[in-house]
Design a protein. Structure first.
Length: 346
């Protein structure tokens, strides 16, 4: 439920609405807007007596949010969310951000070489996994805490921000010590205890769509994070399972405009996992940007033929340079700009 205040309503009226909501046993979320303040009522079980709120001074109208995901929906917040990162970077709005790097941290030389390559090509965030969920228990599972230390070193040397995956609550606490953005992978999209833990953290969360998840299920998972108080969620379309094995997944580009219509949260695209084939990554990345994606998540490895995971879908550095050149052209054509560090824009 949303309580829309009148234009210019004084703070004492807003405070009274908040106090009344809390007296009724619910949580209040004031949301100042460009024209007026809206107060969200969280925890509505369908039995709220709206008349208690309608009669309060300064209240213009009561809006009942019809979507099962409340705080994630555009009914709750019509304005698009812009997630702010260290160094003046943002996700959402006019900027299109590029996160790139290898699937996993394998060695100091590998991650530093990858970080330098993607930075020089124009990426602003380094992606790489210290913890890796793998289908086989015999596959490389990542370097763990040692990998996090190498990511911290890569950030210190290159200035790139870090996005890396947390697989469980214990791992999340370790990831929070290093990451600028915490990734929750496709296999954990419906790990609700992990989502709640991430919601109590105070760092942006990159939430990937599950392997067989509907868009509504993705948005409901994001609701878990917002419900715990963390508004900085970035969604990621990475493909869902299809019946055709020609590509690794069915890369659902239609999800990008659909999510923008249903939710105020930004959404980026992962054409690497979406296709699983190196030669498909660049054309699908171009298509994702043209479709309105707020960023790209791309796998890049200094030597993909030697990669310990996902080498077949990882770009060579020179291919990534080409992708960045072409992305910059598309971004400018559609009236947006490629995100750059604050120092580079000065």
């Amino acid at each position: 439920m949303l309580i829309v205040m009148r234009h210019g309503a004084p703070q004492q009226d807003i405070d009274r609405v908040v106090s009344t909501i809390e007296d009724m046993g619910y949580h209040a979320r004031p949301m100042p807007g460009k024209q007026r303040t809206t107060v969200g009522l969280v925890g509505n079980d369908g039995r709220v007596d709206a008349s208690r709120l309608e009669a309060l001074p300064g209240v213009q109208e009561i809006i009942h949010v019809t979507k099962p995901y409340k705080q994630v929906s555009r009914e709750w917040k019509p304005e698009s969310t812009v997630v702010r990162l260290p160094g003046g970077l943002t996700i959402g709005g006019d900027d299109v951000i590029v996160m790139a790097g290898p699937c996993s941290v394998e060695s100091e030389r590998q991650i530093l070489d990858a970080a330098r390559a993607v930075r020089d090509a124009g990426a602003t965030v380094l992606r790489a996994g210290a913890f890796k969920p793998r289908s086989s228990p015999y596959s490389f599972q990542g370097m763990g805490r040692a990998g996090l230390k190498l990511l911290a070193r890569a950030r210190e040397e290159t200035g790139l921000l870090i996005v890396t995956e947390a697989m469980d609550a214990e791992g999340l606490d370790q990831v929070l010590e290093v990451a600028d953005i915490v990734q929750i992978g496709a296999r954990n999209m419906q790990n609700y205890s992990l989502l709640k833990h991430a919601g109590r953290a105070r760092k942006p969360v990159l939430l990937k769509r599950g392997l067989s998840a509907t868009i509504s299920e993705l948005l409901l998972s994001a609701e878990y994070i917002l419900a715990e108080g963390n508004p900085d969620v970035v969604l990621c379309e990475r493909g869902v399972r299809g019946f055709d094995t020609t590509t690794r997944n069915l890369f659902d580009l239609s999800a990008i405009p659909v999510v923008h219509g249903l939710s105020h949260l930004p959404i980026i695209a992962d054409p690497s996992h979406g296709t699983g084939h190196r030669d498909m990554v660049i054309p699908m990345a171009r298509a994702a940007v043209a479709a309105g994606a707020d960023g790209l998540l791309v796998e890049v490895h200094p030597t993909p033929d030697r990669a310990l995971s996902d080498g077949a879908q990882s770009l060579y550095p020179e291919q990534f340079e080409r992708l960045m050149r072409e992305t910059r052209i598309i971004v400018e054509v559609i009236g947006r700009r490629l995100a750059e560090p604050a120092g580079a824009r000065a």
